[in-house]
Design a protein around this ligand. Structure first.
Ligand code: SF4
Length: 312
């Protein structure tokens, strides 16, 4: 029986396609010697990094890794993050998906979103504080963004049977101790390992355009999962809800090696910048579009003029 099973027989073409992409094929079992060697190489590199860190510690998330490997000047600049309906709507929708998966019956999306907003508002977190301070019109705005995302999720995904072990916003962290912590929150996972057989599918829910960065984000999660459990996930999927299109990648040894090299490059750069005092390097790219320093950065302006609206 497939790992991803559904409760209902009548699926839309979009849901059928998603189900087909997520179904298991032949069993995938990674070479245990390869996994041990990957883990050994990361452990060894971390030991050297620990010496360079001294008393400092660093957290590496998918965002931080992408940031330090992008434009370093933007990376080290103060991150003046503020919540908005567009940003918080994604978080609310993820919380709503989490509720909906475990909700009995056929819930109305707006009701599930209201419940998600109420629960997040109760959280002792920055988004909870932000929601608490919203007026009625801003709440309606937030509700609208989240309901749109939740309905698109329902259109794209078949109803998920609990036997598929779906988890939403599952936090991952590795290792258990030490000054370098890899951490993240995975949008959606389906399946779980059966012994050494890889069965888990890691899904990132996206709105907007496809970007190569999204594939790197998922590979980071695949690596953390492998270091945590010694069983890599089977597939990685960026699911673009606005377009109804998934981009799916099978996890291979090459995927994991690429992810580990990228991770070690990122940790090395982070230590150089934050502990060893190396000056940051400008790397113009897509992120120039929303960079707060764009108005005073010649390199960024030149890049944007040359890019002429195309993605890199
Ligand atoms: S505008 Fe571009 S190159 Fe300049 S600091 Fe920002 S991200 Fe870096």
């Amino acid at each position: 029986m497939s790992e991803v099973t559904v409760d209902r027989l009548e699926l839309s073409p979009l849901q059928e396609r998603t189900l087909g992409l997520l179904r298991r094929g032949d069993p995938v079992v990674f070479d245990t010697a390869f996994i041990a060697s990957l883990r050994h190489d990361v452990d060894e590199a971390f030991r050297e990094f620990h010496e360079r860190l001294g008393d400092e510690s660093i957290f590496i998330s998918k965002h931080k890794l992408a940031s330090v490997l992008g434009c370093e000047v933007q990376h080290v600049a103060d991150d003046a993050f503020t919540w908005s309906a567009a940003v918080a709507g994604g978080q609310v929708a993820h919380r709503a998906v989490q509720l909906m998966i475990n909700w009995r019956g056929d819930p109305v999306p707006a009701d599930v979103v209201d419940e998600a907003i109420a629960r997040l508002a109760d959280d002792d977190s920055s988004i909870g504080d932000w929601i608490e301070g919203l007026g009625e019109a801003d709440l309606a705005d937030l509700r609208g963004v989240a309901v749109d995302k939740l309905i698109k999720f329902q259109e794209c995904f078949p109803p998920l049977d609990r036997r598929a072990a779906p988890t939403v916003e599952s936090s991952v962290r590795w290792p258990i101790e030490g000054p370098i912590v890899l951490s993240g929150r995975v949008d959606l996972t389906l399946g779980r390992p059966a012994g050494a057989e890889s069965r888990k599918v890691i899904v990132d829910l996206k709105t907007g355009w496809a970007s190569p960065k999204h594939r790197e984000d998922l590979r980071f999660y695949a690596l953390v999962e492998t270091l945590r459990t010694q069983v890599p996930p089977r597939k990685l999927a960026s699911f673009y809800l606005d377009a109804g299109e998934p981009v799916v990648e099978d996890v291979t040894e090459a995927t994991l090696l690429t992810a580990s090299r990228r991770l070690l490059d990122g940790v090395h750069a982070e230590i150089e910048l934050t502990v060893e005092g190396r000056p940051p390097i400008k790397r113009p790219g897509t992120s120039c579009r929303w960079c707060p320093m764009q108005s005073e950065c010649t390199e960024g302006q030149d890049y944007l003029a040359g890019a002429n609206g195309t993605d890199d």
